[in-house]
Every structure is written in C-alpha cells, then in structure tokens.
Design a protein around this ligand. Structure first.
Ligand SMILES: NC(=O)c1ccc[n+]([C@@H]2O[C@H](COP(=O)([O-])OP(=O)(O)OC[C@H]3O[C@@H](n4cnc5c(N)ncnc54)[C@H](OP(=O)(O)O)[C@@H]3O)[C@@H](O)[C@H]2O)c1
Length: 348
C-alpha cells in the first residue's frame, strides 16, 4: 500500500479503482464493499445535494450506498442511479442498501414499503434490506428530542418476528438479496438468531473510536453477522435531537489528532481507516467532493500500524451519540432503556 500523503490526487477522471476497495464476505456467501457512502442528510442537507454526492461518489469509485426511506431522498438518489446506469455502470457493480422505517413494521406494510423503495431508487432488487430500528415507533422528520409517538410500543419479540417473516418473504421473492438488522442489542439478536429462517447478514450500528461497542462487535463477528458502522466520524452535523452535553467528538480526541498529523490527513479520515481495518464497514456521509474522495482513498492506502490500532482501541469512551430518545414508549424512562444495558431486553 502507498502512503496516503504520497497518493496522486484522484478525481472522476482518475478514480479509485473499485477492484482495490477491500470487501467483506457475508454469511450468505456474497461480498460487500468494505466502505460505503451514507445518504442521511441529518434533516438539513437537501435531497438534491445528497443525490449529487451519490453521483460524484460513484464517479470516483464508491460502489456501496446506504439508503433508507426515512431519509426522504430515495427518489432523487434513484435518479442519480438511473443516470449512472445510463452512462454505463452496471447494476451488479453497485451495492445498494435500504431500510424499513419504523411505522411500516405491520405485516401488510413490509412488502409495500420495500416496493416503494425499489420504485424510488429505480432498481429491481436491493442488495440489503434492514429493519431500521427494532421499535415500531414513528417520529416525524425534524422533530425535537422530547417528541414521542402516542402509540409508542416496547420491543415485543413476537411482533418483530412477524416483521422478520415478511423480510424473509422479500428474499424468497427475489426483491432483496440479503436481510439484516439495525440498532439491535445482544439479547434481541440472540432471539432473532434462534427464530429466524433466514439469518441477518449484517447489523448496522453506531461505531466510531469513542463508541466501539467491543462486546457487541465481538458477538456479531463470532456469529457471522457483519457490523456496518454508522456515524463513523461521530456525526458532527447530527440533528439537535441527538445532542447532549455529555457527548464527545472522536475527531477532537488527541490520539486521533496525533495519528492524523503523522499521516497528513484530517482526523475524520483516521476514524474511517480505523473502522475499515478493525473489520466493520463504515458508511461516512459527505457532500464535499474532497471529503468523499479522502474517505474512500484511505480505505485502499496507508494502513494504520498495530500500535496506532491499539492506541485507538484504548480511547473508547462508551459515548453513544444516536441515543434514540424519540423511540421511548412510556414516561420516566431514560434512553438507556432502549439498549438493554443489563444484558436483558428491557421489560415492557
Ligand atoms: N441505521 C441507522 O439508524 C443510522 C443512523 C445514523 C446514520 N446512519 C447512516 O450512516 C451514515 C453516516 O452517519 P452520519 O451521517 O450520522 O455521520 P458521519 O458520517 O459520522 O459524519 C458525517 C459528517 O462528517 C463530515 N465529514 C465526512 N467526511 C469528512 C472528512 N473526510 N473530513 C471532514 N469532515 C468530514 C461531513 O461533512 P461534509 O459533508 O462537509 O463532508 C458530515 O457533516 C448516514 O448518512 C446514514 O446513511 C444510519
């Protein structure tokens, strides 16, 4: 591998070779690119800007895109895919993920919701379809941290399995190639593994140097479930509802800054390099061409040393940023109740 500081500037006319991007093999036997582009505009980046970023990212070598119906931009992102396919990119060269939103867990809603994502994204199948959260609790886009759905419910395994059966049906129909989870915990995943006919191939979860989730990460790896890491840079532009005074920022950590300086890169890039090297799949969001490129380039150049990886392992602060308060289902709860912190599913 070449040192990043010495890598010639990439651009759409001199892209990263997609064949150089590392891949991970899922328990279904298929390979997924080890880095993707996030598409959640954190309630303030317009759909057109995200769609433009998708097209630019594909032009410089990205082949993996993390979409979701709730991001409110699948139509515009789909128009970007359509243009890319017209310009010669083949569907099978891309990895496209989408997610079932929380108000669509009902048995009659899963198939219809997937059909809508497929139509909006202008594709005939998804590589991966995730249940976005294990709670069927909707909140409107742009709501504040105190917002609660009047019909909010706890996690009820039987209900989740009804949703999962429909996810399995989507695989049987050939609409989606793989299914997975997001924002799960060890006890919930144990039950799913016990009862699933088609196992989840991946769990999408918050992962960055200040929130490494070592126990859950190891559990998933042991059970053949690929961790996909969201907010890999610490989501500096996340919505207000996801901010508290205790939050820390991995890009401001002195260890990350020291390593960034040594490699001649932005601290955000070190967070991405660490993620790829550790084995999770980071899906950084960006609409800035320079950052989009830097995040991809670091996945193929200039690995961190063992010492640097060990140094980063030691700066975990167990600092969850995306706490999910809006999914709480009754009064007098704290966000920790969503995450089964004592190893058991929080009772209703
Ligand atoms: N499953 C879930 O529940 C869930 C939850 C949250 C997020 N996600 C997914 O994960 C994706 C990423 O998470 P995120 O958007 O929360 O946060 P993130 O990727 O950690 O942070 C994105 C922010 O970092 C900046 N950035 C990116 N690369 C940079 C670089 N090289 N140097 C400096 N700044 C850089 C971006 O600004 P610029 O645009 O200026 O570069 C943007 O403001 C989302 O887009 C979404 O697809 C999933």
């Amino acid at each position: 591998m070449t040192r990043l500081a010495n890598v010639p500037e990439c651009s759409p006319s001199n892209p990263v070779n997609p064949a150089d991007i590392p891949v991970r093999t899922l328990n279904s036997g298929v390979q997924i690119p080890a880095i993707g582009l996030g598409t959640f505009g954190s309630d303030h980046v317009p759909p057109s800007a995200v769609a433009e970023a998708v097209e630019y990212a594909a032009s410089v070598g990205y082949r993996h895109f993390d979409c979701a119906s709730v991001y409110g931009n699948e139509k515009q992102v789909g128009e970007s895919f359509e243009r890319l396919f017209k310009s010669g990119l083949r569907r099978e060269e891309l990895w496209i993920t989408s997610k079932l939103w929380n108000d669509k867990h009902g048995e009659d809603d899963v198939i219809a919701s997937c059909a809508k994502s497929l139509a909006d994204l202008k594709i005939e199948y998804l590589d991966l379809y995730l249940v976005h959260w294990p709670f069927p609790n909707h909140h409107p886009p742009g709501c504040d941290v105190g917002a609660r759905s009047p019909n909010a419910q706890p996690y009820i395994h039987e209900n989740y399995m009804r949703t999962w059966r429909k996810m399995e049906e989507l695989v049987d129909r050939g609409w989606v190639r793989n299914i997975g989870t997001s924002n799960m915990t060890i006890p919930k995943t144990k039950l799913l593994l016990r009862d699933a006919r088609i196992k989840p191939v991946a769990n999408e979860m918050e992962l960055h140097p200040h929130f490494q989730q070592p126990e859950f990460f190891e559990y998933l790896m042991r059970n053949g479930i690929q961790p996909i890491g969201f907010s890999p840079i610490g989501s500096p532009a996340r919505p207000e509802r996801d901010r508290t005074d205790e939050d820390t920022s991995p890009t401001e950590d002195p260890v990350i800054r020291r390593i960034a300086k040594q490699h001649g890169v932005h601290p955000a890039v070190v967070c991405i390099k660490w993620a790829v090297q550790r084995g999770q799949i980071p899906i950084p969001f960006s609409t800035n061409p320079r950052n989009i490129l830097a995040n991809l380039q670091c996945a193929v150049h200039d690995p961190l040393t063992e010492q640097e990886m060990n140094d980063i392992a030691r700066i975990d602060r167990n600092c969850r940023l995306i706490k999910g308060q809006v999914f709480l289902w009754k009064d007098n709860q704290t966000w920790e109740d969503l995450w089964d912190r004592n190893g058991e599913i929080t009772p209703p």
